[in-house]
Design a protein around this ligand. Structure first.
Ligand SMILES: [Zn+2]
Length: 84
């Protein structure tokens, strides 16, 4: 049973332009990085969350974004002032 679902990793911080590193979960090369800079495929991170439902949670503004290790980007703030 998963309440997390898919991670939202749209921030460019999740893509390392320096190249691939071995994924900490499956060992295959990936340019993807977790919030802590850990090399991991997004699907592998989602899979890890599924297999670790008891892991510490990461919350942002009272919303559950996943585990502390692998969690979604916080919802982007819409900037209405100045943006046209
Ligand atoms: Zn992987």
């Amino acid at each position: 049973m998963s309440t997390v679902g898919l991670l939202n990793w749209t921030s460019s911080q999740h893509y390392d332009h320096n190249g691939d590193c071995p994924c900490t979960q499956c060992g295959k090369p990936t340019p993807m990085r977790s919030h802590d800079g850990e090399p991991v495929h997004k699907v592998c991170a989602e899979d890890w969350n599924d297999r670790n439902p008891g892991a510490p949670r990461h919350q942002h503004d009272g919303r559950d974004l996943g585990t502390r290790r692998f969690h979604s980007d916080p919802p982007r703030k819409t900037r209405k002032d100045g943006a046209r």
